[in-house]
Design a protein around this ligand. Structure first.
Ligand code: 0WD
Ligand code: CA
Length: 380
């Protein structure tokens, strides 16, 4: 067993198998060779419409309309009168992914699993955003996390639980912060079209219920993963490479005026951008840099494969291998800990900056997240 596990009372032995109690998040422990990460394959997609209804298709996929280098987009436009905001107090957990799995079950079965009639040929099912949090954990100094894990028919399902601190932040957002959260979606409206032929419609309504999500399958070391992530848009060119290589991630960020600000972008923001897009194999991020009034004054494309070179000049910077090794070791830790196969049992993994990852076990509690409709349909 790796030495980043901590046991309560001495090491386990074959006679006395004790599962590990905690996992260290110290960076030095993860400075090893880059683990195997298979090229992610898109196995499907789904859409959520303006009322957050699920569709097993790509109806919400948009096309990237390359903006001017210096476009002067006004991101504040429409905040007061053309904005429909998703209710983020509604916790959807893994529901949309589970709906996708039920609609596409045959795609996920191997010959052997078909013969044994049910289990999915997967170790983990989760959101891409949860994996992004794991990748950035060794470098995170502010926000902790809570991840609920349930083993059901051999597959481990991972669903986030909002921390007390995140809940407080959500309840206490300033008006300025609320408006700034809109800016990212407004930038999407300036740079995306609904059809290959059409132009962006900055006069339309921004509705954050709408989403297009890709579902990808891949392997990290010996962990077979299925996860879904929201995709902003794709390349218009019909000859562009197949998904996920045709996808484009859009971001907004404060304008860069000093070398110190550029260095901070590299050291903190590029870590999050890299982790989020590297996971599903999205090759580029288009960033709109805006001033304090929310006007985009500069647009820059970052190629994910070049980010690790960009950051090499930064002193004391993050390393992709640390991110991937920590994630892989966390998933191994979860496999060892989460032994009871029961849809009503949740192992709650929790982490706070400067601490180890620890866990607690909860039976038929508020944390249970696999819905009855899913458990029943998979079991039948
Ligand atoms: O209810 C929840 N707690 C969660 C819901 C947690 C995680 C995900 N989700 C759902 C969201 O409803 C959304 O449809 O998953 C989808 C996004 O999943 P993801 O791709 O795994 O999440 P992430 O990589 O963190 O975010 C991708 C984009 C964000 O873009 P930026 O450029 O800001 O990273 O998805 C959006 C956002 O535009 N997004 C959300 N949209 C609605 N509800 C949410 C959310 N909770 N989180 C991110
Ligand atoms: Ca985005």
């Amino acid at each position: 067993r790796p030495n980043n596990y901590h046991h309560q009372s001495g090491p386990p032995s074959r006679q006395n198998p004790v599962s590990p109690q905690a996992l260290s998040t110290r960076r030095e422990l993860y400075e090893k060779d880059f683990p195997l990460y298979k090229q992610p394959v898109e196995v499907g997609c789904f859409s959520l419409d303006s009322k957050r209804r699920f569709f097993n298709d790509s109806r919400q996929l948009r096309y990237y309309a390359e903006p001017d280098r210096n476009p002067n987009f006004d991101l504040r436009d429409g905040y007061k009168d053309r904005f429909i905001k998703r209710d983020d107090s509604v916790k959807e957990k893994l529901d949309h992914i589970l709906r996708w799995i039920l609609a596409n079950r045959s795609k996920l079965m191997t010959r052997t699993t078909t013969a044994s009639s049910c289990a999915l040929d997967l170790n983990f099912v989760t959101w891409r955003g949860h994996l992004t949090k794991l990748l950035t954990t060794p470098y995170e100094t502010r926000d902790g996390w809570l991840l609920a894990v349930t083993r059901f028919r051999g597959t481990l399902y991972i669903s986030e639980v909002e921390t007390e601190a995140a809940r407080r932040e959500r309840d206490n957002r300033t008006e300025r912060h609320e408006e700034m959260m809109y800016w990212g979606y407004k930038f999407e409206q300036y740079t995306c079209t609904d059809n290959v032929q059409s132009l962006p419609d900055p006069g339309g309504v921004v509705n954050t219920n709408e989403a297009f999500c890709t579902v990808v399958q891949t392997r990290l070391a010996d962990h077979k993963l299925l996860f879904s992530g929201e995709v902003d848009c794709r390349d218009k060119d019909p000859n562009a490479p197949a998904a996920p290589a045709c996808y484009v991630e859009l971001k907004t960020s404060a304008e860069i005026c000093t070398p110190k600000q550029r260095s901070n972008l590299h050291r903190f923001k590029l870590l999050k951008w890299w982790a989020q897009s590297f996971l599903p194999g999205v090759p580029r991020v288009v960033a709109g840099f805006r001033d304090h009034e929310g006007v985009v004054i500069d647009v820059e494309t970052f190629h994910i494969s070049k980010i690790s070179h960009l950051i090499k000049n930064e002193h004391n910077c993050w390393k992709p291998t640390v991110c991937m090794n920590f994630c892989s070791d966390f998933l191994s830790f979860v496999k060892h800990v989460v032994t009871e196969d029961n849809p009503g049992v949740v192992y709650l993994f929790s982490w706070e900056p400067r601490r180890d990852v620890t866990y607690s076990v909860h039976r038929d509690s508020q944390y249970s997240f696999l819905p009855h409709w899913y458990v029943e349909e998979i079991t039948s």
